[in-house]
Design a protein around this ligand. Structure first.
Ligand code: KIV
Length: 261
């Protein structure tokens, strides 16, 4: 059964929440089969799937395309759609773009930073919102951990509280000290979802390509549960050798299965 914002809030303090990103239909289908309750179609798609150097190159059209694909694969899973850079500059613009993501298949939207008026406006207009504080890839100068000084830690705590007060039902804490994430998790009544923020959050999110070992760089705080890039290399090498040596297709084994179409 598809989870809604209230059911995620109800999990706070009792069950930890696993979340994965997804960008394509077959991956989303497997994530749903694994009963992961929430998929984030993140603007990380720009870096891990589209080859851009920054998430700032991602457009609302890219997000609509990927959210549509993920929805077709995961019909019963809560999908969060990321509002890409520049699409939430004021409440009205954010509302128009959030509606586009919802129409494409998202159940809620995520936006980076303490964009309080925008969060309030979206929630008032019935769009469930996930906040995001700590490291903010859309505007960060680099991907180093933030919140190390007591001043910066205080700022992040204040941002998390303001995001909750504005009406968000969940908040992502990215790449901050573990103790700070634990402190925020205790203060807030909505679930915190950590990425590079340690074990004391209410849930954890991983970028699916990092978890799959798909790509050529994975952040140190991520975990590789497989090395899919190596499998792709092996398959491509074997296939090309077999075509060159005329081993594939074989004229002995005739295909008798069902056609895809
Ligand atoms: O875009 C994304 O995938 C994200 C996660 C890193 C939390 O925001």
């Amino acid at each position: 059964m598809k989870m809604n914002p209230e059911s995620f809030v109800a999990m706070k303090g009792s069950k930890t929440i696993p979340m994965l990103t997804a960008y394509t239909c077959p991956v989303a289908r497997s994530i749903e089969e694994a009963q992961v309750p929430v998929i984030l179609v993140g603007d990380t798609v720009g870096m891990v799937e589209m080859g851009f150097d920054s998430t700032r190159d991602v457009t609302i059209e890219h997000m609509e395309y990927h959210i549509g694909a993920v929805r077709r694969g995961a019909k019963s899973t809560h999908i969060i759609g990321d509002l890409p850079y520049g699409t939430d500059v004021n409440p009205e613009t954010a509302y128009t773009n959030a509606r586009r993501l919802i129409q494409a298949g998202a159940d809620s939207v995520k936006l980076e930073g303490p964009n309080i008026q925008v969060i309030q406006y979206l929630v008032k207009h019935n769009i469930p919102v996930v906040g995001h504080t700590g490291l903010l890839p859309q505007t960060a100068k680099n991907f180093k951990q933030v919140g190390q000084s007591s001043e910066d830690a205080k700022r992040i705590i204040n941002e998390a509280q303001a995001i909750q007060k504005a009406g968000a039902f969940m908040v992502v804490l990215e790449h901050i000290p573990y103790s700070l994430a634990g402190k925020i998790t205790k203060i807030l009544s909505i679930p915190t979802i950590g990425i590079g923020a340690g074990p004391d959050c209410d849930g954890q999110v991983l970028v699916i390509n990092d978890a799959l070992g798909l790509g050529d760089y994975w952040p140190p705080f991520s975990k590789q549960y497989a090395y899919v890039s190596k499998t792709v290399l092996k398959v491509a090498t074997e296939f090309s050798e077999e075509v060159r040596s005329m081993k594939f297709p074989s004229n002995i084994i005739q295909f008798t299965g069902t056609d895809r179409s």
